[in-house]
Write a protein that binds this ligand. Structure first.
Ligand SMILES: [Zn+2]
Length: 486
């Protein structure tokens, strides 16, 4: 629009000048070397215009003749770049298509045509990886470390390789370098945290976790639970190192972050009791029982009974634990156990029957069977309860949400798959008692309701493969039995 207006304006100016000249006719006289040339003003102006056009044409011709070699070189360079980028694109397509031969061919071609080491090195490394030539890929990644603009990419490639080779030391060393370069990158922070956790370096893991949560590499809620688990481990270490005050402070923080973390509650209670705060410990256990009843809490509470308390006193002590939730199956079982120890057969039997009414389970029926044997050696009644136990629903156990294996006890890292904070107290999806008793329990893989954890979308981090610690001893009690209080 502006261009059209500008053109009209220029035409108008020309018309105005032409009309002005027509209105004022006249001649021009030029005297040159004794000769007089006479012409009209119009002819003079046309002559000047023609001269200007000729001069411009001559100048254009001269300029292009002088610049021709330069222009030719430029055209050649542009052509090479275009070809190079085409080769690069084709190489990336070949990588995506999983064609190592074509990928390497295009990588070489792109390398010779383009002066873009970051791009061609990455393609070459990917082509080498695709071809299974890890050494060549590592060579390219290491070459990338030499240049500022490719260092981070090179580190990522080397970290992925180290993780795949199970060299977590090297992976962590490189991950720290990547963190120094770009401390706000989500996958770097997550990788550092996961590797430090695998090493049991809880102090470093906690620092990495804080940063990962700050940069939203780890969800805040999840981060809170992770922090509680890390603190339980730090508390254990501090207690072993003879630093009970520090251990207590870590355990208390863990409880406040994750009140459902049974081992945090139990550790805090033990440390409080050691510090002469038995009453506080007892209150904390009772509060925890009301929300998350667990046999280990009953055990811990039992240890806080007054010194020298007899079995009857321990029943009274147990009643305090379950006071707030006295009619739940877990509370009824806990009370019945104390009553069995005190040989209060009648009330133990009625409490177990009430628990069986609410939630029939193997544990309840087995306890009833034991009770019948203890109370008057009633083998026939005992057999009946055992027969019922065979077909009752399974009991809760420590189950890994990542691999489904069952552990004897809770651990921060799964003893089978090495996953962090995945062990939960719940009923396994597969009936562990129905499986052959000969195999090691740790190997019993069960299907879980929850899918195994995966990297969040858009932030795929190099997969940390957890080292697999040796399975625990296999001759311990079955998981369901570890739940037994007393
Ligand atoms: Zn696992």
């Amino acid at each position: 629009m502006t261009r059209a207006i500008w053109f009209i304006v220029k035409v108008a100016i020309l018309i105005v000048v032409a009309l002005w000249l027509i209105d004022r006719p006249g001649t021009v006289e030029i005297e040159w070397r004794g000769r007089i040339i006479e012409m009209s003003i119009g002819v003079l102006l046309v002559g000047i215009l023609v001269l200007m056009v000729v001069a411009a044409a001559v100048f254009w011709l001269y300029r292009n003749t002088v610049r021709a070699p330069k222009l030719l070189a430029h055209a050649r360079r542009t052509g090479r770049r275009a070809k190079g980028y085409r080769a690069l694109t084709n190489g990336l397509v070949a990588v995506a298509a999983g064609d190592p031969g074509a990928a390497q061919r295009f990588a070489k071609r792109a390398g010779s045509l383009l002066d873009e080491p970051p791009l061609t090195m990455l393609l070459s490394a990917q082509a080498a990886q695709l071809d299974g030539d890890d050494q060549a890929a590592a060579r390219y990644f290491r070459a990338m470390l030499e240049r500022d603009e490719t260092r981070f990419l090179g580190l990522r490639g080397l970290i992925t390789q180290a993780l795949r080779d199970g060299d977590s030391e090297e992976a962590l060393r490189l991950a720290h370098q990547a963190k120094d370069l770009r401390g706000d990158t989500k996958w770097v922070l997550k990788t550092c945290f996961e590797l430090e956790v695998q090493r049991g370096d809880w102090v470093a893991a906690q620092a990495s976790l804080n940063q990962a949560v700050k940069e939203r590499a780890i969800d805040a809620q999840q981060g809170k639970h992770y922090r509680a688990v890390v603190l339980v481990e730090r508390s254990r270490k501090a207690a072993l190192a003879g630093k009970p005050r520090q251990a207590l402070s870590y355990a208390s923080e863990a409880v406040s972050l994750a009140p459902d973390l049974i081992h945090a509650v139990v550790a805090e209670a033990a440390l409080l009791s050691e510090a002469g705060k038995g009453k506080v410990a007892q209150r904390h256990l009772e509060r925890a029982w009301a929300k998350h009843p667990h046999p280990l809490l009953a055990d811990a509470h039992d240890r806080l009974a007054p010194p020298g308390a007899d079995a009857l006193a321990k029943v009274k002590h147990r009643e305090r634990l379950i006071a707030a939730t006295s009619d739940t199956p877990e509370s009824l079982i806990a009370l019945a156990r104390a009553e069995i120890a005190a040989e209060l057969w009648g009330s133990a039997r009625s409490h177990l029957m009430a628990a069986a009414d609410k939630r029939p389970s193997r544990r309840v029926y087995r306890l009833l069977a034991d009770l019948e044997l203890a109370d008057g050696d009633n083998t026939s009644a005992s057999r009946d309860w055992l027969a019922k136990a065979e077909f009752a629903s399974p009991d809760a156990a420590w189950v890994c949400d990542a691999c489904g294996s069952i552990s004897m006890d809770w651990q921060a890292l799964c003893g089978t798959c090495g996953a962090f904070d995945t062990i939960d107290w719940r009923v396994p999806a597969v009936d562990i008692h129905a499986l052959p008793a000969s195999g090691p329990l740790e190997r019993l893989s069960v299907e879980t309701d929850t899918a195994p954890p995966s990297a969040p979308d858009g932030d795929a981090s190099p997969q940390v493969t957890a080292p697999r610690p040796k399975a625990n001893g296999t001759n311990g009690p079955k998981p369901a039995e570890t739940s037994s209080a007393n």
